[in-house]
Design a protein around this ligand. Sequence first.
Ligand SMILES: *Cc1c(COP(=O)(O)O)cnc(C)c1O
Length: 483
Amino acid sequence: MSETDPAPPAGDPRRRIPRTDALLARPEIAAAAASLGDRVVREVVRAAQDRARSGAISPEQVLDAVLGALGERTASSLRPVLNATGVIVHTNLGRAPLSPAAQQAVQDAAGYTDVEFDLATGARSRRGAGARAALLEACPAAEDALVVNNGAAALLLATTALAAGREVVWSRGELVEIGAGFRLAELVVSAGARVREVGTTNRTHGSDYRAACSAGSIGALLKVHTSNYRIEGFTSEVGIEELAGIAHEHGLPLIADLGSGLLGPESALPAEPDAASALSAGADVVITSGDKLLGGPQAGILLGRREVIARLARHPLARAVRADKLALAGIEATLAGPVPPVLAALRTEPDALRARTEALAARIDGRTVAHEGRVGGGGGAEVPLPGWAIAVEEELAASLRTGDPAVVGTVRDGACLLDLRCVPEEREDDLTEAVAAARERLRPRGADRTEGALERAGGTPDPGEDPARRPPPATAAPRDPVH
Ligand SMILES: *Cc1c(COP(=O)(O)O)cnc(C)c1O
């Protein structure tokens, strides 16, 4: 109840709802305010008071409700999710989960850190030197590396620095649109370059590029990996090696935007281009994202010839798109640390996945069904990853999404499919509990009584469940005169 509300009439149970200032003065709640911030704690307090005012809980349960909710709150509204979709690089779910090494590095870099400082000499040092060294070690074909904010920023920087005011030669088969209506060609145009389209949707030849290079004022040739679609049938495209030959005949640089983040060939995705091969084939600068198949934090990575990378790093735009210290720390640790979760999920053996799936299906009373995983954003378009999923009741899908932890599966053919490919093994107990809690929430109303009775008896809410997200109680709540 906020301090401005008129007091309820004498004898009204709502008079017993603890006041905000009394709650905030309690040491446990004051401690939560110190770590989560005052605003978050007041929100939680108000929600619990509102539930008491509506009759969902008794005034005596407000304190427990506040403490329970605070135990699960973080200062951010982003909630952790168990990705049971089988889609590895899931754009809507934050793309790449960081390896434990990268998570630790990000946390360590969150305070003051020597990102541009040499602790031995006390002098200023080169920003991102550790990430750069790790990239060059992981991809020796590159003479130099630069990390920027994301893949789009890397493409913006490369085309601005190499082709602003001039033309970028680009195959019509590679004019990619990625998620949320983002068209790479519009980005390049916004950099002040013009796009010179060559070839056709299905076929582009070396002669198309040659003809374009001899006309007009060309800044660069661009090869873009069609990371989210495939053109099949009567097709032809010009590979990097031939394209680099054409570019260099005309004294022009070749930019290769690969999207995926593979630094070297990956046996689980034999058709996917990688940075080392593109550089060896002659590309002058290669662009990849840090949070697709590289499996690190959001970043754009530019690898290439020394003079070209130096030119990009010197451009004023480089400062506007530079990577922050958390990304630099995360990229370095992703490369130095254990196999990141994205690659582990990609390399999952179908038989091992099946054994895990069958064992968990028995625990949660589901069925094992064949289910193909996907690479998702940034690569492996249309490549099926053979695998398995647990089929549970379709109605559980929504309840699982709003549970804690949130579990996102796929609804198909009247079932909710839970694919373990991207669920860490150590989270299987959490998944089991989430399914049990979701079933509990969906029990018919008559069965709710037990839960209500437990609450009235002073039982604490299930710690795996956010009380604020429970469906409204079956009993009609007293009308609140304040609203
Ligand atoms: C994903 C992608 C981008 C954009 O990278 P972000 O890291 O999302 O900014 C650019 N080009 C290609 C080919 C991509 O697949």
